[in-house]
Design a binder for this molecule. Sequence first.
Ligand SMILES: [Zn+2]
Length: 312
Amino acid sequence: MLDFGHFRNDIIVGHIRVPCEAPVLTWHDHGLRFNNGRGSRRRHPKQKIDLIVLHWTGGEGTAKQIYKTLTSRELGVEFVVDREGVIWQFADPARVDTFDAGRVNPRSVGIEIVNYGFRRGRPPRKGAVRPIYQSSLNGKARSFAGFFPGQMRSTVALCDALRGPLKAIPKRLPRNDKGEVLRRVMTREEVDDYSGVLGHFHVSRRKTDPGTEIFDVLTASVYECTTATAPSSTSRTSRDSLFTSKTANTLRCGSLRAAFSKQCVSVKIFWPNGVTSRTCIGLDKKPIYTWATTRTMKTSGGMMPKGKRYVR
Ligand SMILES: [Zn+2]
């Protein structure tokens, strides 16, 4: 297993560290920053931030390559979620306005998720492993490349974390009268009246990013009652009793996978020896990462020091 223990699990908003349940690297770790220069400008302290705009990058490059490309085009973004689901923070959203979403930049935080997304002909080599799904956008049938489960989990965690300090962003997606997520560009008035999370395609007719699937994930994971969409055998009660049981240490990944059929969740496990750990389970039912939260723990794979994360 790879050791990704050097990740943080907090982001920086308004100079303050805010907990985020995903692996994070900030400019203090990677040294790359948008700070009121090219691709960004100072955000007025009184400016209300009430939108999160999701994008895909349109390629499979690393977060560093994306930073370089954006800079060369005098564009910017506050966050990138890389292929491994690691969140790279490039700007403090409370203080810096990056240029990623046109007219709504002043009131929005941008998140770029690495994915080639959509392409005629063959996908890029690194993108060939992505699942393809069919959907419609602006009334037109299209095929999209999906995000990896770890990317979706981190994106959901990041939206959650941002909503802590940025209280004007509600837990909301753009929906039609039937309650379905809008799969079309919104009118200027609709955007002006809206606050919450949306996609680049909602605010720009020329755009298709970030595809439609992430909104199903947000709906299923966070933005509606998660228990309502869970299969009956994995109701919240049975989950809790399962992982607080004295026999928790006999559960292995196999039974964890069996217990979660479609949710993307973080599970706290109480071990009989007094240690607690957390495991994030992705939509593919595989643990994304595990970490001990109280003290060093002995596992079948060796010692798991407190706070160290093991990512598949
Ligand atoms: Zn975009």
